[in-house]
Design a protein. Structure first.
Length: 222
């Protein structure tokens, strides 16, 4: 499956640094009154965007760990493995259940690396990557908002900014995952292909997050 041997120490080092960053205090000098006020604002004014409440260290840990066992993470890894199985990529892993298992482990491992980099760097940079629905109206503005959202984050004040953690995770995960790939998919050019496909998948998931609640509401009430 994945090769974590001592000849390639990059992966253990990245995971260790990411976990260490998560373990550090996030600097949330956030009082319980602020949290309560933010929570109350979620229900006080129906239909209005709630006041921004920063992530706490415990919430960051919870989101990080949940990302490994969530149905979305499993389905995403399974779908990527199925596509690579269909394309017979990499060819060295062949077909059959064993080949699919290796492809699934590779996809899941890449997801683990990306999440660790993003969570660790996000904690250090105080970035909040939670998805918040667009407040604008109209299909075009909402699509544009959703497409760039995977690489945007909120600061402690709630303002949006480019997410260094998300971009770093996208690039770092693609190149680090080459360390356990066989020769046919271990080149830097393959990492660029992974960056492009992952960015496309992230964009698609973000658009679904933006519009799916509306679609579901329509199914339930019409």
């Amino acid at each position: 499956m994945l090769n974590f041997n001592s000849n390639r120490p990059v992966l253990p080092a990245v995971l260790s640094l990411g976990l260490l960053a998560l373990a550090l205090p996030s600097g949330e000098a956030q009082t319980s009154t602020n949290t309560a006020a933010g929570s109350a604002s979620r229900s006080a004014i129906p239909g209005v965007q709630p006041a921004y409440v920063p992530l706490t260290s415990s919430e960051r840990w919870h989101r990080y760990l949940l990302g490994f066992v969530s149905p979305g993470a499993i389905v995403r890894s399974a779908a990527a493995a199925g596509l690579n199985q269909w394309n017979d990529t990499p060819t060295e892993w062949q077909q059959g259940a064993e080949g699919y298992g290796k492809r699934f482990a590779s996809s899941y491992g890449g997801n683990m690396v990306r999440r660790t980099i993003q969570a660790g760097a996000g904690a250090l940079l105080d970035e909040d990557s939670r998805y918040v629905p667009c407040t604008a109206t109209g299909f075009g503005p909402r699509v544009k908002y959703a497409l760039i959202s995977p690489y945007m984050a909120r600061s402690r004040t709630g303002s949006r900014k480019v997410s260094i953690a998300a971009i770093g995770a996208l690039i770092g995960g693609a190149f680090i995952s080459r360390t356990w790939q066989p020769p046919s998919t271990s080149h830097p050019s393959n990492a660029l292909s992974v960056i492009a496909s992952t960015a496309g998948t992230n964009a698609g998931i973000s658009v679904a997050r933006e519009f799916f609640p509306n679609v579901l509401h329509g199914w339930l009430w019409h």
